[in-house]
Design a protein around this ligand. Structure first.
Ligand SMILES: [Zn+2]
Length: 484
């Protein structure tokens, strides 16, 4: 009997952090009606829908937790919002990982994501390490185990990023077929590999997703009928060498938000695939444990899954989104302005934290736990571990951590993704910049005047938005009004 072929379906669940840095609340977003904001709408259409997807088979109704059957990552900032506002979906994700581990010999479905969805190759090395370290700490807190895999925002990678991820103890990542050179017996097939990347000392397994089929699911009609999808996936997998795997990767929101019946049709496809004996539906951890790597992955330039110009989409007018009839000359100065804020936050931290905590770099790497876990026992233990005594010192240090996190949040990739910064995603960056500037000004003269001078030069494509300084000030005023 021939060895089965394997199928891995990966969902990248993520939304930009729309909540106010001051109140944690999301303002009314009219486009999301009848829901008060996009997070609530996507929660209902996708995150919760996948927690108990209903699908009919004749008179039988199946109710499935899709997170039990797909490989997935959930962005840490979204996970935090879900923990507070989408408990059913959040618990289904945690249970999905736990149950898949029970079923697949300890190999779970959930992988980590670096913390703020920033483009890792564009970060300074220490910020990149912080993003990766925070992503791991966030995952450990939620899923109760060390992550083996990590989703890299927009699949953006270069040699240094892969080295940092490997150095942090991650074993595998997921990339697209055009992101480098894949070599070996299976490189010319549609097999996922995984392929081995190494810099001589560190190594990582690279799973390659099938771009054509993934795009048909994300943007075409691949999800209209789960039965046809299962048949198509199985037929494609059967054409691979024995024992090989086929991988699909898409935004998790495809399953129910971008595609209205996506959660139900995904559930139907999963049921049908799991019944077959020529196909094994599995996850990355299990496939890697059982099969190891085959072939090599080489990378010579930065690349991503959503910009054919490398990682330029997040810092220059590369041509992505020109089709909208707009210009993106704002990208470079906006990036510089947000880096200015983030670098300032880093500098203020380096200057004032050492008086409060001895290992101030180690402390900031471990700080994310304090910002996501409100348990007083955790805080007590943490401060004791780092030798921080006294309420005043602890409070001051916490605010410095909050400032560093606000600085990091200004580089959230979504702000540069679309044709203009005047949409909800650009506002995310500006809001966090205002918060970082405000927190830094508790220690040093404010940089706001210089920031505003920079922002005033950045013009929106939209008349009603004007320049980035006007938008920054209006957001700040509005948010301040909402402050408790
Ligand atoms: Zn581009």
């Amino acid at each position: 009997m021939p060895e089965a072929r394997y199928i891995i379906i990966h969902g990248h669940f993520y939304q930009p952090p729309r909540e106010s840095p001051w109140t944690g609340l999301i303002s009314q977003e009219s486009g999301a009606a009848p829901f008060p904001n996009w997070n609530e709408r996507i929660l209902s259409e996708c995150y919760t829908a996948n927690a108990h997807a209903h699908t009919m088979e004749g008179p039988v109704v199946h109710i499935r937790n899709n997170y039990e059957s797909v490989n997935f990552d959930v962005g840490p900032t979204l996970a935090q919002w879900l923990a507070n506002h989408g408990q059913a979906a959040y618990r289904a994700m945690l249970r999905g990982d736990a149950l898949s581990r029970d079923r697949l010999g300890g190999h779970g479905n959930a992988i980590a994501q670096s913390y703020n969805h920033s483009i890792l190759p564009l970060l300074a090395p220490r910020d990149r390490d912080l993003q990766i370290g925070w992503g791991i700490a966030d995952y450990e807190y939620r899923f109760g185990r060390r992550p083996l895999g990590m989703w890299l925002p927009e699949c953006a990678v270069d040699h240094e990023t892969l080295a940092s991820v490997a150095a942090a103890g991650i074993k595998f990542v997921i990339l697209g077929p055009q992101q480098g050179q894949y070599q070996g017996d299976r490189a010319d097939t549609r097999a996922a590999g995984p392929f081995l990347w190494s810099n001589g000392t560190a190594k990582l397994a690279v799973f390659r997703f099938d771009r054509e089929m993934s795009s048909t699911i994300s943007f075409g009609e691949g999800l209209h009928d789960g039965a046809r999808l299962a048949e198509w996936m199985a037929a494609t997998a059967r054409a691979l060498p024995e024992g090989a795997s086929l991988m699909f990767a898409t935004d998790g929101e495809t399953f129910g938000h971008h595609k209205k019946t996506g959660a139900a049709e995904l559930a139907r496809a999963l049921i049908l695939l799991q019944r077959r004996d020529d196909i094994v539906l599995t996850n990355c951890e299990q496939y890697l444990a059982d099969h190891g790597t085959s072939g090599k992955f080489l990378i010579d330039a930065p690349s991503s899954w959503s910009c054919p110009h490398g990682v330029e989409r997040w810092r220059s007018e590369c041509g992505c989104r020109h089709e909208a009839g707009t210009r993106q000359g704002w990208r470079t100065p906006l990036r510089a302005a947000m880096e200015f804020v983030n670098n300032h936050a880093d500098a203020v931290y380096d200057r004032f934290a050492p008086a409060l905590v001895k290992d101030h770099r180690g402390a900031v790497r471990a700080s994310i736990r304090l910002l996501i876990d409100a348990d007083p026992a955790t805080h007590e233990q943490w401060f004791t571990r780092f030798g921080v005594a006294g309420e005043v010192s602890r409070e001051r240090l916490l605010r410095l951590f909050e400032m560093v996190r606000a600085g990091q949040s200004t580089l959230t990739s979504c702000a540069w993704f679309f044709d203009d910064f005047g949409g909800p995603e650009g506002r995310v960056a500006l809001r966090w910049a205002a918060r970082a500037v405000e927190l830094a000004a508790e220690h040093t003269p404010s940089i706001e005047t210089e920031l505003l001078a920079r922002l005033r030069e950045i013009r929106s494509n939209r008349h009603e938005v004007g320049d980035a300084a006007t938008l920054y000030l209006s957001l700040k005023t509005r948010e301040a009004r909402g402050r408790v």
